[in-house]
Design a protein around this ligand. Structure first.
Ligand SMILES: Cc1cc2nc3c(=O)[nH]c(=O)nc-3n(C[C@H](O)[C@H](O)[C@H](O)COP(=O)(O)O)c2cc1C
Length: 401
C-alpha cells in the first residue's frame, strides 16, 4: 500500500505533505497571519455547527451532482486557487488540472500559478477556471482576461481581498520573503527533507510564474518574473471601477473572490457579476476577520436566493461542505485540502483528496437523509430546528391558555 493509499482523511494528507516539505515551505501553506486567530476562527466555525439528521428517508438513490452556471459537476465542490503550488511539488497545477477533469469538478487556477492557464486548459478543458489579481499596470489584467477568452474558459474570478500584502509572520521568521533570506536553521531543517530538496534543485529551483512569463523581458529568469509579479500585485489603488473594467472585458461567468461584507456583495451584484466567492482567503489576509461561514447567511440575505454563492476557507471534511450548503452556499472550494494532496502525492494525492471529500459528503448526506445537494438547507441545522420547536411550543402554550 502506498503512503497516499493509507490516508483516510485530509488530515492524513496534511501529515504526509508536512513530512515531505521543509518547514519554510510547509509554513507557507499552513500559515495564517499575525497571531493566527483566523485559522482557529475558520476551523471552529465548522466544528461548532450541528447537523440534525432525519431518519426513515429512502436515501438509496442519493447523489451529489451539482449544477452551477448551467453546468452539472460531479460534486458540490471544486479546487480553490493556491499560488506557487509548483514549488511544493513540481507541476502541481497540472496535477490539479488533470484531477479536476477526471473527477469532473472545477479547478480555479491561481493568478500566481507556476503552470500557465494554456497548459492547464490542455488537461482540464472546460473544468479550468482562472483567477485574476488586479495589477498596477492595467493592461496585464486585461491581457489575462483576453487569454482566458481565447482559451474558451467559461469562468474567471477576480480576487478582491488582497488590497495590500499581509503580515505572515511565519514567512518572515523563516526568511520566505523576496529576495529569499534563508537562515542557517532553516537551511539545516530543509536537509531533513532530502526528497523535496533534491527534486526542487534537480528541476531547476524556483519555478516560473507561468502566466506572467510573457510580460517580462525575453529570457527572464523565474526570479525576475517573480519580481515583476511582486511589483504589479497587490495594487492598493484598485477600486470598483477596475472590477467594472474586467466585467466589460469578460463575456463569461465572473466571480468575485473574497467578498465578506454584505454591502460589498450588493455592490458587486449590482455591477453584474455572476456569483460571489465568500472567503477570508483561508485566514491569510486579515487575522481578525469572521469566517466565511459566519458571513454567508448575511450575504445570502443581501443578494437574495438567485445569486450563486460559493464559499471557501476552513473546509477539511465532507461534512464541512454539507454544512456550507445547509447554510446557503451553492458550491464550495477547497484550498489547502487539495493542495496537501498535490504536495504529498502529485496526481494520486489530489485524486485521493477529492475522493475522501466525495465519500464523506456521500456518507453525511446518507446520515442526515438528504438525497441531493439542492435538498440541503437550514432545516438540517440545529439553530433552525431549535427555533422552530420553540415557536411551536410557544404556540402550544398560548393555545392552552
Ligand atoms: C498556499 C496558498 C496559496 C494561495 N494562493 C492564492 C492565490 O494565488 N489567489 C487566491 O485568490 N487565493 C489564494 N489562496 C487562498 C485560497 O484560494 C483559498 O481562499 C483558501 O485556501 C481557502 O482556505 P482553506 O485553505 O482553509 O481551504 C491561497 C491559499 C493557500 C493556502
Amino acid at each position: 500500500m502506498s503512503r497516499i493509499d493509507s490516508a483516510i482523511n485530509i488530515d492524513d494528507l496534511k501529515r504526509l505533505a508536512k513530512r515531505r516539505l521543509p518547514k519554510i515551505m510547509y509554513d507557507f501553506i499552513e500559515g495564517g497571519v499575525e497571531d493566527e486567530v483566523g485559522l482557529r476562527t475558520n476551523a471552529n466555525a465548522f466544528r461548532d455547527l450541528r447537523l440534525v439528521p432525519r431518519y426513515y428517508v429512502d436515501t438509496s438513490k442519493r447523489h451529489q451532482k451539482t449544477t452551477l452556471f448551467g453546468r452539472t459537476y460531479a460534486s458540490p465542490f471544486g479546487i480553490a486557487p493556491t499560488g506557487m503550488a509548483g514549488a511544493f511539488r513540481k507541476d502541481a497545477e497540472l496535477y490539479l488540472s488533470q484531477a479536476a477533469a477526471e473527477a469532473d469538478i472545477p479547478y480555479l487556477m491561481s493568478g500566481a500559478s507556476n503552470a500557465s492557464m494554456e497548459d492547464g486548459a490542455k488537461l482540464a478543458g472546460k473544468n479550468l477556471w482562472y483567477q485574476i489579481y488586479g495589477s498596477r499596470e492595467r493592461s496585464f489584467q486585461l491581457d489575462l482576461v483576453k487569454r482566458a477568452i481565447d482559451l474558451g474558459l467559461t469562468t474567471i474570478a477576480v480576487t478582491c481581498d488582497v488590497p495590500v500584502s499581509s503580515n505572515r509572520e511565519r514567512n518572515r521568521r523563516n526568511g520566505f520573503v523576496r529576495p529569499l533570506k534563508m537562515t542557517l536553521p532553516t537551511i539545516l531543517e530543509a536537509m531533513l527533507h532530502p526528497a523535496w530538496v533534491i527534486n526542487y534543485y534537480r528541476t531547476g529551483g524556483l519555478p516560473m510564474l507561468g502566466n506572467w512569463q510573457r510580460y517580462a523581458a525575453q529570457n527572464a529568469t523565474p526570479d525576475q518574473v517573480a519580481d515583476l509579479f511582486a511589483k504589479q500585485t497587490p495594487d492598493p489603488s484598485q477600486t470598483w471601477r477596475d472590477l467594472e473594467a474586467i466585467r466589460n472585458a469578460w463575456p463569461g461567468k465572473l466571480l468575485v473572490k473574497g467578498v465578506m461584507h454584505p454591502e460589498d456583495a450588493r455592490i458587486a451584484v449590482g455591477m453584474g457579476v455572476d456569483g460571489l466567492l465568500v472567503s477570508n482567503h483561508g485566514a491569510r489576509q486579515l487575522d481578525n476577520m469572521p469566517s466565511s461561514l459566519e458571513m454567508l447567511p448575511m450575504i445570502r440575505s443581501a443578494v437574495g436566493p438567485d445569486v450563486p454563492l460559493l464559499l471557501d476557507s476552513g473546509v477539511r471534511r465532507g461534512s464541512d461542505i454539507v454544512a456550507a450548503l445547509c447554510m446557503g452556499a451553492d458550491f464550495v472550494l477547497t484550498g489547502r485540502a487539495t493542495l496537501y494532496g498535490a504536495t504529498a502525492g502529485g496526481l494520486e494525492g489530489v485524486k485521493k483528496a477529492v475522493s475522501i471529500l466525495q465519500r464523506e459528503i456521500d456518507l453525511v448526506m446518507g446520515q442526515i437523509g438528504a438525497l441531493t445537494p439542492e435538498a440541503l438547507g437550514p432545516e438540517y441545522l440545529l439553530d433552525t430546528v431549535r427555533s422552530e420547536e420553540e415557536r411551536r411550543n410557544t404556540g402550544a402554550m398560548v393555545g392552552r391558555r
